[in-house]
Ligand binder design. Structure first.
Ligand code: 2NL
Length: 383
C-alpha cells in the first residue's frame, strides 16, 4: 500500500499468550517496538516535526483504541486471578515508560518550537533603516554644521532657558537700564505675573550661566531660539535662532579670536575664504568687531549673494568686557576681574542658511511648506 509510507504503524494486539512466560515475552516485544518508535518520533520532534507525535500517542496511549487500553480490556480484564497480578504489573510498567517517553518527546518538541521561534524572530538591531523617513529642517542642519565646526575646536555644547530674567539677559551683559534694546518696543516681556522676566533676546545669558557653573579654561557653544519684538518681513522674524560661542582662559587675545573665526569661515564657506574684521560696538565686548567673509559665490568679484560688495557679513564678536566677568563673579568668585581674558561671538542661523542656500525670504523657514522643505532632504543626515 502506497499509504503505508506515511501511515504510522499502529501496534496491533495479539491474543493473550497461554503461559505467564508468553505474556512477559510478548509485552517485552511490545516494549521493544515502543522504544524504537519513540526514538524515531523524538528525532522528528527535534527537527520540529510534531505530526508523528499525535498518531504515536493515539496508537499507544489512546483512551479506547490505544494498545495499552486494549491490553487492559482484552488481556487484563478476562485474566484469572493469579495471572492478573503479573499482567497488571507488566502493563503498569509499560504504561509508566510510555507516559515518561511521551513527556520527554513533548519537551523536545517544545524546545524545538522555541528554537524555531527565536530564529525566526531574531532582530538585527545594527541593520541600517531600509529608507530615510524624513530629513532634518534646514535650520537644524545649519545649526549642526556650525556646532560641528566648533566641536572640532574643542567647544562643548550648552543650552539655556528661553524664558530669562532681565538680569541674565541684560544686566550681566553690561546692557544698562537706559539701553534701547531693553525697551518693550524691542523686547518681549512676560507680563505682570512674571515681573522682570522676558523671552531671551540672545543666547548670551546661556553663557553667563555656564560661567557661573564652570571655572576657566572653558570653550562653549550655545545654540537656540531667541525672541525680539519685530514685525515679520523678508528678513525679520520675532523668533529666530542663534549660535553664540565663548572662550575663557588666562591669556586669550584678539589674535586667538581672529584665528578661531577665520577657521570657522573657511570650514563653513570653503578653504579659499578670506576674512576681514571691521570695528563695531557691543556692550558686552571691548573691543568689538564684525567679521566679513569673502563671497563664496563669486570669490569676491561681486554678485547677488554679496550684493556686489564681494563680502558677506557673517557674525559679531569681541573680547569679553570686564563688566561681564564682574557680574559672573558675584556667583562664581573665580571670575574675579583681572584674572581672565575671553572672546565671544554670535551669529544668526537663519541669516547663515539664507546666505548658504541663496534664499530671500526668512518666512519660508517657518511655513512648513513641503515644497520648500523637501529641497533640503538631500543634505539631510543619512538621506
Ligand atoms: C551678533 C553678535 C555677539 C557675543 C555675541 C557674548 C557673550 C558673553 C560675553 C560676551 Cl557671555 N559676549 N556674546 C559677543 C559679541 C557678539 O553677537 O551679531 N549676534 C547675532
Amino acid at each position: 500500500m502506497l499509504n503505508n509510507v506515511l501511515m504510522p504503524e499502529y501496534p496491533q494486539i495479539v491474543s493473550l499468550p497461554a503461559s505467564p512466560e508468553g505474556v512477559v515475552a510478548q509485552l517485552e516485544t511490545y516494549r521493544g517496538q515502543f522504544l524504537r518508535e519513540a526514538e524515531s518520533v523524538e528525532k522528528a520532534a527535534q527537527a520540529g516535526n510534531a505530526a508523528e507525535l499525535q498518531a504515536f500517542r493515539d496508537g499507544w496511549l489512546g483512551r479506547k483504541q490505544g494498545l495499552l487500553a486494549q491490553l487492559n480490556e482484552h488481556w487484563l480484564k478476562p485474566a484469572p486471578g493469579e495471572a492478573k497480578k503479573l499482567i497488571g504489573q507488566q502493563l503498569n510498567r509499560l504504561r509508566g515508560e510510555a507516559e515518561a517517553a511521551m513527556e520527554r518527546i513533548e519537551a523536545v518538541l517544545e524546545a524545538a518550537r522555541l528554537q524555531a521561534q527565536l530564529a525566526s524572530e531574531t532582530l538585527d538591531v545594527t541593520l541600517p533603516a531600509r529608507a530615510p523617513r524624513g530629513a532634518s529642517h534646514p535650520l537644524t542642519q545649519v545649526t549642526e554644521r556650525i556646532l560641528g565646526i566648533f566641536h572640532g575646536l574643542g567647544y562643548s555644547l550648552a543650552e539655556g532657558p528661553e524664558m530669562e530674567s532681565a538680569w541674565y539677559n541684560f544686566d550681566a551683559l553690561n546692557i544698562p537700564e537706559s539701553h534701547p534694546a531693553r525697551d518693550d518696543q524691542d523686547t518681549l516681556y512676560l507680563g505682570p505675573d512674571l515681573p522682570g522676566h522676558l523671552l531671551r533676546t540672545h543666547t548670551s545669558p546661556g553663557q553667563i550661566r555656564v560661567m557661573e557653573q564652570q571655572a576657566p579654561p572653558l570653550r562653549v557653544a550655545v545654540p537656540g531660539r531667541v525672541y525680539r519684538r519685530d514685525a515679520p518681513d523678508a528678513t525679520h522674524s520675532p523668533m529666530f535662532h542663534q549660535v553664540e560661542g565663548l572662550a575663557v582662559d588666562e591669556d586669550l587675545s584678539f589674535a586667538d579670536l581672529k584665528g578661531t573665526l577665520e577657521h570657522f569661515a573657511r570650514a563653513m564657506f570653503g578653504a579659499a575664504t578670506r576674512t576681514r574684521f571691521r570695528a563695531s560696538y557691543f556692550p558686552f565686548t571691548e573691543p568689538s568687531a564684525e567679521m566679513d567673509a569673502s563671497c563664496f559665490a563669486c570669490a569676491g568679484s561681486g554678485c547677488r549673494t554679496c550684493k556686489n560688495t564681494g563680502w558677506i557679513e557673517v557674525l559679531g564678536c569681541g573680547m569679553v568686557h570686564p563688566e561681564v566677568f564682574r557680574a559672573v563673579a558675584k556667583k562664581n568668585p573665580v571670575y574675579e576681574t583681572g584674572k581672565w581674558r575671553g572672546f565671544a561671538f554670535g551669529m544668526g542661523v537663519e541669516r547663515m542658511a539664507m546666505i548658504l542656500y541663496g534664499l530671500d525670504d526668512i518666512q519660508r523657514f517657518y511655513s512648513g511648506d513641503l515644497r520648500f522643505l523637501e529641497q533640503f532632504a538631500a543634505h539631510a543626515d543619512g538621506a
